[in-house]
Design a binder for this molecule. Structure first.
Ligand code: GLA
Length: 400
């Protein structure tokens, strides 16, 4: 564990201090509240949320921090220690959809907009953000940014929202304000995170349960290919559209079910040639991935990590072949990890197209896996991948 353990949990401390320090330098005064919201990893259930299926994410112990203070006027001043662009505007300048030139500021502004729509006071605010998640790598830095904003404003304005209300509002901000047609997984995983638990979320009706993870049985190793991806700029929205179209075909040709993930393999067969090409491939992934979720949850509940690992491996294969959201780097890094018996399973995490993969590793064996995969990956791509062993963390909270 030598080269990864020192980063946990002390890696969180510098960001906490950095946002508070920048806040004092930028806005003055000592009275600052600091909040945290976690990023997430999805164990299994890839690209099922917007098709009404089940997902199994966990909140991690890395995320986004925000130092925050209300103002007495209507001025909004946003800063980030990770981004160069500052955002300064009046409440009256927030439209229904923000100019993309506002870049990272659209996420917190979208949350503020929908909080106001829900009745929150349009008070000016000063916020400084900072995070320790790899940005745009599949660990939901954008959801963490939204959830930390909602957590801070809910607390400062005394709105009394529940965690699920904050999750819904943040999801709405991302879909309607930022314009990414994502499902609910990321915002729910961050807002409802629970230490040492995964979240089994039924996306169609937004019901959920926490499933205990035996942290002593395996480690979750995140392997960052460093291949950048931006959710809004990739084929993510295309996949959402293709799944909607596949659902329409099945409704018309087979039977009328409320969401794509509710169909069975027999339904896909009944559709015959009416369901072909990308529509058949996307539907095949969705239907078979529902089976892998059940298998994975069964494995977790029985403390059988081999079973969970198997569902991860099959999930990766399906996201690569049927869903076509993998890439050479993600295929290679997961294959390299699987070469070792110490690895129970591996798959890409998040939307894909680049970013991170995860491997479930025998406890204490991550350094060996890191050494092996790092060397193989550097030899193939000339890039030094980075690695981090993560732990299921708490949900969002006020730290000071
Ligand atoms: C992104 C989206 C999520 C989900 C995943 C894929 O993270 O934001 O809603 O669709 O991709 O599982």
């Amino acid at each position: 564990m030598t080269d990864i353990e020192p980063k946990y949990p002390d890696s969180k401390l510098p960001v906490y201090e950095a946002v508070a320090k920048r806040f004092r330098a930028e806005f003055g005064g000592e009275e600052t509240a600091v909040y945290f919201a976690p990023g997430r990893l999805n164990l299994v259930g890839a690209h099922l949320d917007y098709s009404g299926g089940d997902v199994l994410p966990l909140a991690v112990d890395l995320g986004v921090y925000a130092a925050a203070r209300l103002r007495d006027d209507q001025r909004i001043r946003l800063r980030s220690i990770d981004q160069e662009v500052d955002v300064d505007l009046d409440w009256s300048e927030i439209g229904d959809v923000m100019d993309p030139a506002t870049c990272w500021g659209r996420y917190p502004l979208g949350v503020m907009h929908f909080m106001a729509v829900a009745g929150a006071e349009r008070r000016g605010v000063e916020l400084v953000f900072g995070g320790n998640l790899p940005i745009a790598s599949g660990m939901s830095s954008s959801a963490a940014l939204e959830v930390v904003t909602a957590t801070a404003l809910d607390d400062l304005l005394g709105c009394g929202m529940t965690a699920i209300e904050r999750a819904r509002l943040c999801h709405r901000a991302e879909v309607e304000f930022v314009g990414v047609k994502c499902g609910i997984m990321d915002q729910f995983a961050s807002a409802l995170g629970k230490k040492d638990h995964a979240l089994l979320l039924h996306c169609f009706d937004e019901t959920y349960e926490h499933v205990h993870l035996d942290g002593s049985a395996f480690e979750v190793l995140v392997m960052d290919t460093k291949k950048p991806r931006s959710l809004a700029a990739t084929g993510f929205n295309d996949r959402v559209t293709e799944c909607r179209e596949a659902h329409q075909i099945l409704r018309r040709e087979v039977r009328d079910l409320p969401y794509l993930a509710a169909y069975s393999m027999a339904d896909l067969e009944s559709a015959g040639d009416a369901l072909h090409g990308v529509h058949r491939k996307r539907a095949h992934h969705v239907v078979t991935e529902m089976g892998r979720i059940s298998e994975g949850v069964r494995g977790l509940r029985a403390d059988d990590i081999h079973v969970l690992g198997h569902s991860l491996n099959e999930s990766h294969r399906s996201t690569s072949v049927d869903y076509e959201v993998s890439c050479d780097e993600l295929d290679f890094i997961t294959d390299s990890a699987r070469e070792l018996d110490l690895v129970f399973g591996a798959r890409l995490t998040g939307a894909g197209f680049g970013g991170c993969a995860i491997a479930l590793v025998e406890t204490g064996e991550s350094p060996k896996v890191i050494e092996h995969v790092r060397a193989r990956f550097a030899e193939r791509f000339g890039v030094t991948a980075s690695f981090e062993c993560l732990h299921p963390g708490e949900g969002p909270r006020r730290l000071s």
